[in-house]
Design a protein around this ligand. Structure first.
Ligand SMILES: [Zn+2]
Length: 437
């Protein structure tokens, strides 16, 4: 708890002098400070927000809780994670910090260690962390190469049920696009995904038959009414243009579902003309793009000869947003061979994104990348904004400005869910020791 703030347990209260960013509170009007914040009152009754109104020198409501200018943000939405892989680092580190090193390490760990119990324990650990940090919805990819699909999907369904009301969970299958060549098997996987209410996903590589394989993925998704989620171009290779191929496939199939594409790192390495053509196609096709700044910074441009990395690894998020493409940032991997660190803390992701991707000068509506935009891509019922009628799901920070908020870890933030301050307990790493032997 942040010391002097005490949220009443009956779920009825008014927060006064809260700093609310205009980009996350559509009903709120100014005047805003230079950071885009408005000093506001947030009224909560029966677990829901009943009003967000600018302070404007009005009399302070009786029995209100004075936040003295602290920032309040909606609870976070993390739209790209891998909680099936999370926390295996102590038993299976990445030998050299490269993408190939990660792929091989995870592959061998999965084969021998990913039992139902192992996956469940690590998933639960990850979700407890995410919840304590203020996340309310999360999409995970699930390694779905056989026989892992028959282990991880049932565990995921159990976790989704267990976490209902705390974290809304979604899953997308993860298979290399070459796996789609096994058409009968991939069709069975698509059926499983559909039965589980999941999202159809794949990792695209520049294989010769990429368009044909994408056509098959899109056809299965259309037949089953599934949304799509791709890992694309997680590389510095200029010739990696699968983002464009996905956009072309979406247009070819007149796809009407949601498509989220992650990474798209190579876009930042390509010549301007090619970039502009791809951006136009992505916008026309209605794709959404999620950048994974921490994982990209870790894996990309690692040259293997102990030289200094020279680019940041992230995709062209500003240019995509300028074209009207919905853009998000997310956690990606946590303490596994793809990323040695991380704790599913979306404030950390936003802080790192601000530095790596320049979410500043101006801050504009970048705060939507960790809430409202991924909520729409994930089709959540709640828009992850601060507005009348929304569930009272928000985080109260110490910081009163972006420079205060993004300079400290905010370990004593207050997470309010349905109008109640939750008990924020991060799980102890020692809990996982027995799985690491
Ligand atoms: Zn990923």
């Amino acid at each position: 708890m942040a010391g002097d703030i005490d949220i009443p347990s009956n779920g009825w209260f008014v927060l006064t002098n809260a700093r609310v960013h205009l980009s996350v509170a559509p009903g709120l009007t100014g005047p805003a400070d230079t950071d885009g914040f408005v000093l506001a009152d947030i009224a909560v009754a029966d677990g829901r927000i009943t009003g967000v109104a600018a302070r404007n020198g009005k009399p302070v409501p009786p029995r209100s809780i004075d936040l003295k200018g602290r920032i309040v943000l909606p609870c976070f939405v993390d739209c790209h994670t891998h909680i099936d892989k999370g926390h295996i680092w102590p038993r299976m580190p990445n030998p050299d910090g490269t993408f190939m090193g990660a792929l091989d390490a995870v592959g061998s760990d999965r084969l021998v260690r990913w039992s139902e119990r192992d996956v469940e324990r690590r998933m639960d650990f990850s979700l407890r962390s995410a919840y304590a940090h203020g996340t309310r919805a999360l999409r995970t990819h699930l390694d779905s190469i056989a026989p892992q699909d028959s282990i991880s999907w049932p565990v995921f369904e159990t976790m989704r049920e267990r976490w209902k009301g705390r974290i809304e969970l979604q899953a997308a299958c993860l298979v290399g696009i070459e796996g789609v060549r096994e058409k009968a098997w991939f069709t069975t996987l698509a059926d499983r995904v559909a039965r589980s209410g999941g999202v159809l996903g794949a990792v695209t590589y520049m294989v010769p038959d990429l368009d044909e394989l994408l056509d098959f993925v899109f056809a299965l998704a259309i037949e089953r009414g599934l949304d799509l989620d791709f890992h694309a171009d997680e590389t510095d290779e200029v010739g990696a243009v699968s983002l464009r191929r996905i956009a072309e496939a979406a247009l070819r199939h007149r796809f009407e579902g949601k498509i989220l594409v992650g990474h798209c790192c190579s876009l930042a390495r390509q010549p301007d003309k090619a970039v502009h053509e791809t951006l136009d196609l992505v916008a026309r096709a209605g794709l959404a793009v999620v950048s994974l700044p921490m994982c990209n910074l870790y894996l990309q441009d690692r040259r293997g000869d102990r030289t200094t990395p020279r680019w940041r690894g992230v995709t062209l998020l500003h240019e995509l947003k300028d074209r009207g493409v919905p853009v998000a940032v997310a956690s990606d991997n946590t303490r596994d061979p793809f990323y040695a660190y991380g704790d599913l803390d979306m404030l950390e992701v936003y802080r790192m994104a601000t530095r790596i991707l320049h979410f500043d000068h101006p801050v504009a509506d970048w705060p939507r990348t960790v809430g409202a935009t991924p909520a729409a891509v994930m089709r959540l019922d709640d828009p992850a904004e601060l507005g009348a009628g929304s569930p009272a799901d928000f985080v109260i920070f110490r910081g009163r400005s972006w420079t205060e908020l993004l300079s400290r870890p905010e370990s004593d933030r207050i997470v309010v869910r349905a109008g109640q301050a939750i008990e924020r307990v991060l799980p102890d790493y020692a809990e996982l020791d027995e799985l690491m032997r």
